[in-house]
Design a protein. Structure first.
Length: 341
């Protein structure tokens, strides 16, 4: 089955063609970072307008690169939610218009399901079942994954997601947008342990997480340093390094506890924070020590992308019933409401 995937949930326009037999044939991603940088965050209306400008040309590009005329597609998948309503509507409208014009089936995909399945694009791909650590700007969750649509949430954050805490801490340190990657880059030159930050809920005895207090601890430390005139470049790098170490300590502790609780031997890490080099290196080392396997998506597929939507779409369309042409978007959508494929 050859599927066109469309991702427009937030500030990245992603398009891909995936073939169930041959794998990923082509993908394109346009990031709106430069568009939103002057505002320090995503402006929904601007995001929607940019998707309108970019989407059709990107579809033409991936169709050409993959050698797939649109008439040869077996189906079309788009991100139905969660996300920004206006941005989602752009992808949904284009996908369903194409489906109607071409007489092809169309399926809406849950954004988080796309992330959970994205490591299946890698080689080697993990087999089901596995434990998935989903860490992004909006989510820090742990799922037990038995198969497509068979997800059990076993751990979550009580407040800020890990990626959100990265972004907010970067703002406190005066780093440019997007804050998370900037903070990780600064941490490379810093020294973890020179300052001390908490590891919230690391010994809570469950799989729940919390990062708001860690962000608050950074704010308190930054204000003290500013008042004392000691918040120089070296101090900022040390704070960044300690903050990153604290987040990674918590994520590793919770991931290991999840493996113990479920008895799983495979861990999948997905979402934008999954691109963090320190997290990757330390999780690989910990998994190896325990005789477990850890799987990450390629760096290009950690953040939002069309390839994960095309993959999930192919897996869903193999078992889908023919739709009636109606469509919707779901800015809020509980992953637990999904059924198995």
């Amino acid at each position: 089955m050859r599927v066109l995937g469309i991702e427009t949930s937030c500030d990245e326009t992603g398009v891909a063609v995936y073939d169930s037999a041959a794998g990923l044939l082509a993908h394109r991603l346009h990031s709106q970072i430069d568009l939103h940088a002057r505002y320090g965050g995503v402006v929904p209306e601007l995001a929607s307008r940019d998707h309108v400008r970019r989407l059709v040309p990107l579809i033409e590009e991936v169709a050409g690169e993959s050698g797939t005329p649109l008439t040869r597609l077996d189906g079309i998948a788009y991100t139905e939610g969660p996300g920004l309503a206006g941005a989602l509507l752009v992808g949904a409208s284009v996908a369903n218009a194409l489906g109607m014009a071409l007489g092809k089936p169309v399926v809406g995909i849950h954004h988080l399901e796309g992330h959970l399945l994205s490591p299946l694009l890698a080689d080697p791909r993990p087999d089901f079942p596995f434990v998935a650590l989903l860490v992004s700007g909006g989510h820090s969750q742990i799922h037990e994954v038995e198969g497509v649509g068979r997800y059990r949430l076993i751990g979550d954050t009580l407040d800020d997601a890990a990626g959100e805490a990265f972004d907010k801490t970067a703002t406190l340190l005066g780093l440019p947008y997007p804050g998370g990657p900037a903070l990780a880059a600064l941490a490379v030159s810093g020294r973890a342990g020179v300052v001390t930050l908490p590891r919230p809920m690391i010994d809570s005895g469950d799989l729940m997480m919390s990062f708001s207090g860690l962000k608050t601890a950074v704010r308190t430390l930054v204000r003290k340093r500013q008042a004392a005139g000691t918040l120089d470049a070296r101090a900022k790098a040390d704070i960044a390094a300690e903050f990153q170490c604290a987040v990674v300590d918590v994520l590793i502790a919770k991931a290991v506890a999840a493996l113990d609780e479920t008895g799983a031997s495979r861990l999948v890490v997905a979402g934008g924070v999954g691109a963090n080099r320190d997290l990757r290196e330390r999780l690989h080392a910990e998994a190896s020590r325990r005789g477990a396997r850890v799987h990450f998506p390629d760096l290009a597929f950690c953040t939002d992308n069309g390839a994960m939507i095309a993959l999930a779409g192919a897996m869903r369309l193999e078992h889908a019933k023919e739709g009636d042409g109606a469509f919707t978007v779901r800015p809020r959508w509980d992953l637990a409401s999904l059924g198995a494929a």
